[in-house]
Design a protein. Structure first.
Length: 280
């Protein structure tokens, strides 16, 4: 055992050695822990969803099938179509895998996605609530909430204040950002919650609702399909939002792959071809 007189010298020597290696006594014991945590801190999983998709041979896609022009399920054939449907089919072809669709609803989109989908598409708006549970791809479209009503009545509903008035019947699908927007902005009006987003605009035509506030991208398409309905200044929406694709939380490898694919698709004509049947 060293004498008491040598203890300060030995302690100083040990500290000097630690400083020479660039460590301190408090950090030396944390080096292995920091190294093992690097992968987690980077957000990269041990195995990417990209590997699982390729080994499985299929891309599992969550989509509602009720939000044209982005996603639509034909009730007779069961087939899906839309801008985002064409896009995920292109993604699958580049991965050389098949597409497996999981039809969901706006209310159940996140639970169904978290239950096992590889990607969620179909006019999905970026929101902080969703970002707590999933990654997003790079935005594919700038958008914003815009009213649509019977032609000739546009001036009655061209501001939030006019729609947020007693007696104004504002219809919205259940779940998703349209309902959130209506609840927040139209507390003084009458909010009609409607189950079927495929037939919701028929309610305005039939006179059972006055106005619907939804994404500008949708109202532009609806105004072309329904001669009775007119979009209310869709180039100047009430707010700003963006659409993107849902991706598994934490998987930066798959997110980067999807973003690179989107960049290529935006510049090689793929995205324009997907839009053409719907927007021309």
């Amino acid at each position: 055992m060293p004498s008491k007189s040598l203890l300060p010298v030995l302690a100083l020597t040990a500290v000097t050695a630690l400083l020479a290696t660039g460590c301190t006594a408090s950090t030396a014991g944390d080096v292995n822990a920091d190294a093992s945590g690097d992968a987690a801190a980077s957000g990269a999983p041990a195995e990417s969803r990209l590997d699982l998709i390729e080994s499985r041979g299929s891309l599992t896609v969550c989509t509602t099938g009720d939000y044209r022009p982005f996603t639509y399920k034909d009730p007779e054939t069961g087939g899906f179509s839309g801008i985002d449907i064409a896009m995920v089919q292109d993604l699958a072809s580049r991965l050389e895998v098949e597409v497996e669709y999981v039809q969901t609803s706006w209310k159940d989109l996140m639970p169904d996605f978290l239950a096992g989908c590889d990607i969620g598409v179909g006019g999905v708006s970026i929101s902080l609530a969703r970002a707590e549970q999933a990654f997003f791809s790079d935005p594919v479209l700038d958008d914003g909430k815009t009213p649509i009503t019977l032609c000739g009545k546009e001036e009655l509903y061209d501001t939030v204040e006019e729609i947020n008035a007693p007696g104004v019947r504002s219809i919205t699908p259940i779940g998703g950002t349209n309902e959130i927007f209506a609840d927040k902005n139209y507390p003084n009006g009458e909010i009609i919650r409607f189950e079927d987003n495929n037939t919701i605009f028929d309610e305005i035509v039939a006179g059972r609702a006055d106005v619907m506030t939804t994404d500008a991208a949708e109202v532009k398409w609806v105004a072309n399909e329904y001669p009775e309905l007119c979009a209310v200044d869709p180039d100047h929406p009430f707010n700003f939002s963006q659409k993107a694709y849902l991706l598994p939380l934490g998987d930066t490898v798959f997110q980067e792959y999807v973003n690179q694919w989107l960049n290529l698709a935006a510049n090689d004509g793929t995205y324009d071809a997907a839009k053409q049947p719907w927007w021309g």
